[in-house]
Design a binder for this molecule. Structure first.
Ligand code: NAX
Length: 327
């Protein structure tokens, strides 16, 4: 039997956790031949609910699931983890300013980063989902002593999938016909889904759709505001599609990217495309070996795209300034 991959998940009793754990355990994330261990982390009050989730995992009798640990202790939770999925965070409440939220979560991600540095496996990779995910990731990265910056990611795959789906519906094609979809910048309402570089059946999406007004005035806000639309319709925020975004992100980082394509994930910027070095920003990424990634070079950035990317990067810089005491 292959050596199991150990996956740590924070916020494991939350709604994304509930949609995510069963997919990891079933093999959707690492394939049908790869056994997995789960280390599930929650705050103390949520541990009883987490036990219920583990009972359900037991009741699935997943062939690939080996060991399951539940804990509120970070070092125990991240012990020998190959992948750490930081899903849990404190949600924004009425009357809370964005900076208050950044500060509260910042402290959580400081401690989590430190514990990852102390306890995770040498090859650990970390994906941050809990919002504000780019800046939470920045904080965790700064505190994870000994873990290379290239191993930290924040999720924009749900945004990419939303964008692909919207373009596919408009063009009357299957979503798999849409490739080269890049979300630039922050996972927030300033994100820029780049329809200029996206392709539909290998042809420029802007050309296929032939309606720039729709792309600029309907498509972009629809992707940016999709989370709010889900809350309005469902009475709860996206969970299954967010969990699917996590599965897709890990899959795309661990399997070679098809020739000519790329995917979206926020990485520690190497200064590409004028995005300040060191910010956790989403950009076009590919991997050839499923281990190391690179920023795709040569994506056309016209004046419209430049302005959109700059606006999102400005927001990331403002978030960074707001948590400067934690960096
Ligand atoms: P829930 O409120 O359902 O679950 C969060 C869970 O995290 C709770 O069980 C809570 O007890 C736990 N938690 C809180 N602080 C913790 C800590 N310090 N250590 C361990 N666990 C902790 O939220 P859910 O709907 O699951 O969403 C989780 C996060 O994902 C939120 O921050 C949300 O904003 C974010 N999202 C990010 C997305 C992205 O694309 N990057 C999309 C979906 C989602 O909005």
């Amino acid at each position: 039997m292959k050596t199991p991959i150990t996956v740590s998940v924070t916020g494991a009793a939350g709604q994304i956790g509930y949609a995510l754990l069963f997919r990891i355990a079933s093999g959707a994330m690492f394939g049908p031949e790869q056994p997995v261990n789960l280390r599930l982390i929650e705050i103390e009050p949520a541990l009883p609910a987490l036990e219920g989730v583990v009972m359900e995992l037991d009741d699935c009798a997943f062939p690939l699931l080996q060991d399951v640990v539940t804990t509120a202790d970070l070092d125990e939770g991240f012990k020998e983890a190959n992948w750490v999925l930081l899903v849990g965070s404190v949600p924004r409440k009425d009357g809370m300013e964005r900076n208050d939220l950044l500060g509260i979560n910042g402290k959580i991600f400081t401690g989590q980063g430190e514990a990852i540095g102390r306890s995770a496996a040498e090859d650990v990779r970390v994906l941050v989902v809990g919002n504000p995910c780019n800046t939470n990731c920045l904080i965790a990265m700064h505190h994870a002593s000994g873990v290379p910056k290239e191993r930290f990611f924040a999720m924009t795959m749900l945004d990419e999938n939303r964008a692909k789906s919207q373009l596919a519906v408009k063009a009357g094609v299957h979503s798999s016909a849409v490739t080269n979809m890049c979300i630039w910048g922050n996972h927030s309402s300033t994100q820029y889904p780049d329809f200029y570089s996206a392709k539909i059946n290998g042809v420029s999406a802007a050309e296929v759709i032939g309606d720039e007004a729709w792309l600029k005035e309907t498509f972009i806000p629809a992707v940016q505001q999709r989370g709010s639309a889900i809350i309005k319709a469902r009475g709860a925020s996206s969970a299954a599609s967010a969990a699917n975004g996590v599965v897709d992100t890990v899959k795309r980082l661990t399997t070679p990217t098809p020739a000519g394509d790329w995917f979206s994930v926020a990485v520690c910027s190497p200064g590409a495309y004028g995005i300040d070095e060191g910010l956790i920003a989403s950009m076009p990424i590919r991997t050839d070996d499923g281990e190391t990634w690179s920023v795709v070079e040569g994506v056309q950035v016209n004046a419209f795209s430049r302005a959109k990317i700059d606006a999102s990067v400005a927001e990331l810089n403002a978030e960074k300034d707001a948590v400067s005491a934690l960096l």
